[in-house]
Design a binder for this molecule. Structure first.
Ligand code: EPU
Length: 419
């Protein structure tokens, strides 16, 4: 199993190009199934989860091609299978996102339940209830969600909690339903908005994307075309924290500041100087040690749970005490114990972590447990004295394109080694 080895202590300085957003490209690739003509998707990040989604679309019978710029063209016009098998779904929970499109277009779908997940139990009851509100019959049998309908009809559904992929699944189903659907308590995440914009470009009629209430006027068919995926706000935030934690300067290009408001505010609270333009964010820490920040994760526009682990790493070496509360997932503190192995002073009380900044962390072998946890361990390794080896690095390849090359370009001493 590959590992990442970091020799800490370098102050990062330079520019980094931000890739397309993982959590936007996955639903958008699934949405291509809804079209009745070939559709191409650009600004696709080179990630393991993207490969898994391509395999899934291929298994469903939708031929796809990838060009040298990683633009993916999907041809969803052939008769395809409507069964998403466990072997593919178990490796990536986002596979559940083919449920809504397959059901809406073909009147039936069988998608394996994703199964356990390191960060929490993550049920899909809201996906199912939303589809039922559009007239689908849904049963859970033999580990599969089995859904059928003649044609979905417009309906009204209020999500019981804010769910990103739940909102996306029901939205993708509603665009081809007969009549008007009203979805309430929707997720407002920028990735949901990006999906809605892609669907609108395909001919869908959606109002209210980016608010908690969406009104969808069903259409009979969606066309193909081309859509470019938005920048990855979590990758952007991770590189900005890399600049802040090392006291350095990082200019993130091909990204947008307006999708990172809460994160930029916390970086300023930590003492960073932030300068933004239409497609860049520059963070300058001016050699200073960061100040500890308090944060509570919440659905957008609140502080993203996907940035919690990275700020935990920042707090570990900051001046003062930072309190972090995780409210979205019940088990998303697994990086804390690994950070303690580097010498961090962390006290955990339920879903709250109290982190007292220390002057120095010291390198050690540590283990990645999930995607964002692994990012936080790499960040801590950047400042830990000596060598830090992060094992189980496959987690990071699910969501970060060439992280060691990009950090290396900023001056980090980082390399990947085969096991
Ligand atoms: N939930 C339910 N029932 C449902 C759906 C969700 O109880 O039917 C609960 C979940 O268990 C969780 C909360 O609602 O406690 C929110 O979960 P949500 O459904 O919003 O999460 P998700 O859609 O499965 C997406 C991202 C995650 C990100 C979360 C929260 C994708 C592919 N994944 O997951 O990204 O953490 O939203 O913002 O969009 C990551 O990129 O590392 C990652 C985990």
């Amino acid at each position: 199993m590959a590992k990442i080895v970091i020799t800490g202590g370098e102050v990062l300085n330079g520019e980094v190009q931000i890739s397309g957003a993982k959590n936007a490209v996955l639903p958008i690739l699934c949405a291509t199934l809804l079209a009745d003509a070939p559709i191409s998707v650009g600004n696709v990040p080179h990630l393991h989860d993207v490969t898994t989604t391509m395999e899934l679309l291929g298994a469903l019978g939708a031929p796809l091609t990838v060009d040298e710029k990683l633009t993916i063209t999907v041809d969803p016009t052939r008769t395809i299978s409507t069964v998403a098998p466990y072997e593919l779904v178990k490796t990536m929970r986002a596979s559940i996102l083919v449920l809504g499109p397959l059901l809406a277009k073909y009147g039936h779908a069988e998608v394996s339940l994703p199964g356990g997940c390191a960060i929490g139990s993550r049920p899909v009851d809201q996906h199912i209830r939303g589809l039922q509100a559009l007239g689908a019959e849904v049963v859970v049998e033999n580990g599969y969600v089995k859904a059928r309908c003649d044609r979905l009809r417009g309906g009204r559904y209020s999500f019981e909690m804010v769910t990103v992929t739940g909102t996306e699944n029901v939205l993708m189903a509603a665009v081809l339903a007969r009549g008007t659907s009203v979805l309430e308590n929707c997720a407002e995440e920028p990735e949901v908005v990006d999906l809605a914009h892609c669907l609108i470009a395909m001919g869908a009629k959606i109002e209210g994307a980016g608010t908690n209430r969406m009104v969808i006027e069903g259409v009979d068919r969606l066309s193909g075309g081309h859509y470019d995926v938005m920048p990855d706000r979590i990758e952007t935030g991770t590189f900005l924290v890399a600049g802040a934690i090392t006291g350095g300067r990082v200019l993130a290009r091909r990204t947008r500041a307006n999708i990172l408001d809460g994160v930029l505010q916390k970086l300023e609270d930590a003492g960073a100087h932030i300068n933004t333009g239409p497609d860049f964010i520059e963070l300058d820490m001016g050699g200073r040690r960061p100040r500890a920040v308090n944060l509570t994760t919440a659905p957008y526009p609140g502080f993203p749970t996907d940035m919690q682990a990275q700020f935990a790493a920042l707090n570990c070496v900051a001046e003062g005490v930072g309190v972090i509360k995780e409210t979205i997932f019940e088990n998303r503190f697994m990086h804390m114990n690994e950070l303690m192995r580097l010498g961090a002073d962390i006290h955990i009380d339920g879903h709250t972590a109290i982190i007292r900044g220390v002057e120095t962390l010291t390198g050690a072998p540590i283990m990645a447990t999930d995607l964002r946890a692994s990012a936080s361990l790499v960040l801590a390794g950047l400042v830990a004295k000596g060598e830090t080896t992060v094992d189980r690095i496959y987690h990071i390849d699910r969501g970060y394109e060439n992280i060691e090359e990009k950090l290396g370009g900023l001056g980090a001493k980082i390399r990947r080694v085969a096991a």
